[in-house]
Design a protein around this ligand. Structure first.
Ligand code: PLP
Ligand code: ZN
Length: 422
């Protein structure tokens, strides 16, 4: 493979994509063919002509562009605007949580609310860019294993692109995601095993046919979509960085993406300050390979055997393919990793809902639980500006609440009215 390093990019190109580079062994690949992982088995990362992009992607140029993720197109991989597959993925709100900030004893607490994206989670960012680029490079049909939300998003974008999509999910996955896949016309299978079993079946299928395997970090472009969370946060801060960003972590695409966004924004001059945000990976105690590896200062995670169950199913990944990149993001930014339990997640979800009015997904709620823990032990300081990444809407998790409201006897409402009118 030849890397397109010396390719003279056209001035004002839609994309300044230059080549692909292995995140581990640094081997380079040309970007104009469909690729999976590097021959060493690790994820490939998209690299850009950052000098070229620097003159085009300025705060000024951005200020007149529509508020959607494609506003950063110079540093996204799609070559031609006509190949963009879109469901109107708008820039998501960065909400100030003033009440919770005061209660938690931090200077500022912000919630990056990804629930408004198509299919209700930030998986839409990865799918928008991943499907667009796969189609641009000629993929006829795509296949993937999923815990649920990625399947919903990729099925929807594949339908939008007019391509076939095959999704395999564990039986334990959320039924709403299965419903979304069906409505999007995907081929959907439920495996009587785990996500890893589903992934192995997809790999075999892709090796033997023309299904393109778009499993997390097995194709290079999902991360390019997800890194736009970082671009948006920095832009919404007025091209500054907060002190701490807490991210739920499953496959780690968001955290790796935000770390990549940080490096790229600095390289093209969008971010001029030296400061970096400390990145925090948050997992459930049901499956916490990253906090365990971080505690030992390891550069890789060991597989978490026998993962338990959690409402925050998006974080249930026993051995992420990009574990070394996740840990690198934590060490490089002086960040850390935290595991929170089910009770803390549910309490945090209720706190954000009742104190601030946002119904966040359990994965997003986990970041607030982690924030409280880190504030209590002093890792987060009272002067810190903190961002919580809520990766999706709670509306996709109808079993977040188990208690039933009281039933009011219409013939005798006295007692309960007594209670509420006191
Ligand atoms: C997939 C998912 C996660 C985990 O994201 P990664 O980028 O794979 O670490 C977190 N929250 C939700 C809602 C998800 O769907
Ligand atoms: Zn490699």
């Amino acid at each position: 493979m030849t890397a397109g390093l010396s390719t003279a990019q056209a001035v004002n190109a839609y994309s300044y994509l230059s080549h692909l580079e292995c995140g581990r062994c640094k081997k380079q690949y040309g970007a104009e063919a469909l690729h999976g992982t590097c021959e060493c088995g690790s994820p490939l990362l998209a690299r850009y002509d950052l000098n070229g992009a620097k003159t085009a992607l300025t705060p000024r140029a951005l200020s007149s562009r529509p508020c959607r993720l494609w506003r950063y197109h110079e540093l996204l991989p799609v070559r031609a605007e006509t190949n963009v597959v879109s469901l109107g993925e708008a820039m998501t709100p960065l909400l100030e949580l003033n009440r919770l900030a005061e209660e938690s004893g931090v200077r500022a607490l912000h919630l990056k609310d990804e629930g408004a994206l198509p299919t209700g989670t930030f998986k839409a960012r990865g799918a928008a860019v991943g499907v667009s680029r796969a189609c641009e490079l000629g993929a006829r049909r795509i296949a993937m294993p999923t815990n649920g939300n990625a399947g919903s998003a990729w099925a929807a974008y594949a339908a939008r692109a007019g391509r076939e999509c095959l999704v395999l999910m564990p039986r334990a996955a959320q039924s709403i995601c299965a419903i979304e896949c069906t409505v999007a016309g995907a081929h959907l299978g439920v495996v009587n095993g785990t996500l890893s079993h589903a992934a192995a079946i997809i790999r075999k299928l892709a090796a033997e046919s023309d299904w393109y395997d778009v499993t997390t970090l097995r194709e290079p472009y999902r991360i390019e979509g997800k890194k736009t969370i970082g671009y948006e946060i920095f832009e919404q801060f007025g091209w500054r960085v907060p002190d701490v960003i807490l991210c739920p972590c499953g496959g780690g695409v968001a955290i790796i993406g935000i770390h990549k966004a940080l490096a790229e924004c600095k390289a093209v001059g969008l971010l001029q300050e030296k400061k970096v945000p400390r990145l925090v990976a948050v997992q459930s105690t049901a499956c916490a390979p990253i906090p365990r590896a971080w505690a030992k200062r390891s550069s890789e995670a060991e597989e978490w055997t026998n993962p338990g169950t959690t409402l925050a199913f998006g974080t249930l990944v026993p051995k992420p393919l990009g574990d070394f990149l996740i840990l690198e993001a934590l060490y490089d930014t002086d960040g850390c990793a935290v595991a929170v339990d089910e009770q803390e997640i549910i309490a945090a979800q209720r706190a954000i809902g009742s104190r601030e009015g946002v119904f966040v997904c359990p994965e997003g709620a986990a970041t607030f639980a982690a924030c409280k823990r880190l504030r209590a032990d002093g890792w987060i300081r009272p002067t810190d500006e903190v961002v919580l990444l809520s990766t999706g809407t709670g509306l996709k998790y109808p079993n977040s609440v188990s208690e039933a409201p009281p039933v009011i006897d219409v013939d005798n409402p006295g007692r309960i009215l007594d209670l509420w009118t006191r």
